[in-house]
Design a protein around this ligand. Sequence first.
Ligand SMILES: Nc1ncnc2c1ncn2[C@@H]1O[C@H](COP(=O)(O)OP(=O)(O)OP(=O)(O)O)[C@@H](O)[C@H]1O
Length: 299
Amino acid sequence: MIQVENVSKRFSDMEAVKGVTFTVPKGSIYGLLGSNGAGKTTLLKMIAGIYRQDSGTIFIDGEPIFENVKRKERTLFLPDALYFFPHTTVQQMADFYKSIYPTWSDERFHKLKELFPIDVNKKIQRMSKGMQRQVAFWLTLSALPDVLILDEPLDGLDAVMRQKVKNLLFQDVAEREMTVLISSHNLREVEDLCDRIGILHQGTLILEKELDDLKTDIHKIQVAFKGPIPDLFLQNMDILYKEQRGSVLLCIVRGKEEKITKHIQAHNPILFDLLPLTLEEIFIYEMGDKGYAIENIIL
Ligand SMILES: Nc1ncnc2c1ncn2[C@@H]1O[C@H](COP(=O)(O)OP(=O)(O)OP(=O)(O)O)[C@@H](O)[C@H]1O
């Protein structure tokens, strides 16, 4: 479990992270989204115990992470810019991981060989960017971490490999209750992976949502009445957005489908449609005046 409470970090005159609070429950996947420079990497590095926060607290499975060797042995961070020792092979890196991570599993390492078509005796720095990322996942997942922190992890992987990696993450979350925090600048890339999404904008967490709630609780409706729109009709609905097109009223409303349908039908509309919203539309309407922040992460 990851608990981040009111965490801030400043680089000279630049406040990169401002009072961020969120929790990632054990055995769940949290997606931290934000455009370039939003503060994702800085926040992730604090949660991984690489940077010390200026203020606030960070607990991993109930303990502070900074300078906590025991916790770090079970918390792996996969950075966006990968680093491997010069001239090392996959096998040599695996031996190194084995020497520093007590949870390392040779069995897992050999099992994953079937998924990653890479020669263990090949020098990593001679591999392509995507192959290097595959090696990083191979090593990381063989260490069986309790908590996995991933910074833009799918960059450079092809579509097939992305799916393989996603399946592996699901497997570890389901079977070992691994906790995953994953940063991305693209909602589409992680929407099928995450239980919960947080949006970071200029160092502040501006929106946090369970993806399942989002999908079931927001609807687009089109409705028309014989005469003018009844006053009570509008007053009793949680409307995020509304637009009149001739006699048709288009609304984005929050609430349970059955309740909304019942309410609308009670006003005898001559036209009524309830349409599904895409995840992108939901975010745009939810963000309201902060819509500019979402554009970069959904296009
Ligand atoms: N070591 C550093 N020294 C000074 N400023 C830094 C440092 N690291 C990050 N920053 C600044 O902090 C802000 C947040 O950067 P960060 O790398 O955390 O953003 P990000 O959301 O990960 O961006 P990207 O998606 O582009 O990787 C930026 O304005 C950046 O210039």
